[in-house]
Design a protein around this ligand. Structure first.
Ligand SMILES: [Zn+2]
Length: 215
């Protein structure tokens, strides 16, 4: 029984070609480019390209909740009129296609959308000041919308003038491209199982950001 299940998992990580009755197998590879965010210098460091067999992926390189990974091979490219192509995890791609398609049909103010982008921008900070956890963008399960008008704010448990803009453009509720809880874009994402970064608990408000957990 045990032997059988391990054979199945080995087969799933191999791509085999049958030639004159002999099977030639190559391992399925995972590739991605990544970096770490340095909290002291406030810049990205340690850019690397990674290529490794799928079976060597660590727990940190997988998102347990969605089954998505940091691998390019697990992303699907979606194209929409007037927007740059985006890549999202294959498991949520049909849902994202439907949401953005519906928003465009209703002429929602979508200026730009960014999704898959691998980087360690979360979690513990190591001795060098580098973050060590992958963001949800790394797994292709988060989207940023209208970045120039929906910044990421720190020191912002509630929205007051003490909130400090640390990424993206100024959030100006009432302006066309800035998102609020009443926006068609926010409502459509929430209706389809996404949470909005403008409504997450904690010190940060990420007005451009959507993901299944909000983070
Ligand atoms: Zn984001």
């Amino acid at each position: 029984m045990h032997r059988q299940s391990s054979c199945v998992s080995v087969a799933a990580t191999l791509v085999c070609l049958l030639y004159c009755g002999i099977a030639f197998c190559a391992e399925t590879l995972c590739s991605y480019s990544t970096y770490q965010w340095n909290v002291r210098e406030r810049k990205s460091v340690g850019h690397v390209n990674v290529v490794k067999p799928y079976r060597e992926l660590t727990a940190a390189e997988k998102d347990g909740a969605s089954g998505c990974t940091v691998c390019e091979e697990d992303q699907v490219e979606l194209t929409f009129d007037g927007l740059r192509p985006i890549k999202v995890c294959k498991h949520i791609a049909p849902r994202v296609q439907k949401i953005i398609g519906e928003l465009q049909r209703r002429h929602a103010p979508l200026q730009d959308v960014v999704a898959y982008r691998v980087g360690m921008t979360r979690g513990e900070v190591d001795q060098a000041g580098n973050r060590t956890g992958f963001s949800n963008h790394s797994f292709g399960v988060a989207l940023d919308i209208n970045t120039d008008h929906n910044g990421l704010y720190d020191n912002c448990i509630t929205i007051t003038p003490s909130c400090r803009l640390i990424k993206g453009g100024k959030w100006e509720p009432g302006r066309e491209f800035s998102l609020t809880g009443d926006s068609m874009i926010v409502r459509e994402f929430k209706r389809n199982g996404f949470l909005w970064g403008g409504e997450i608990a904690g010190k940060q408000k990420d007005f451009m950001h959507f993901s299944p957990t909000g983070y």
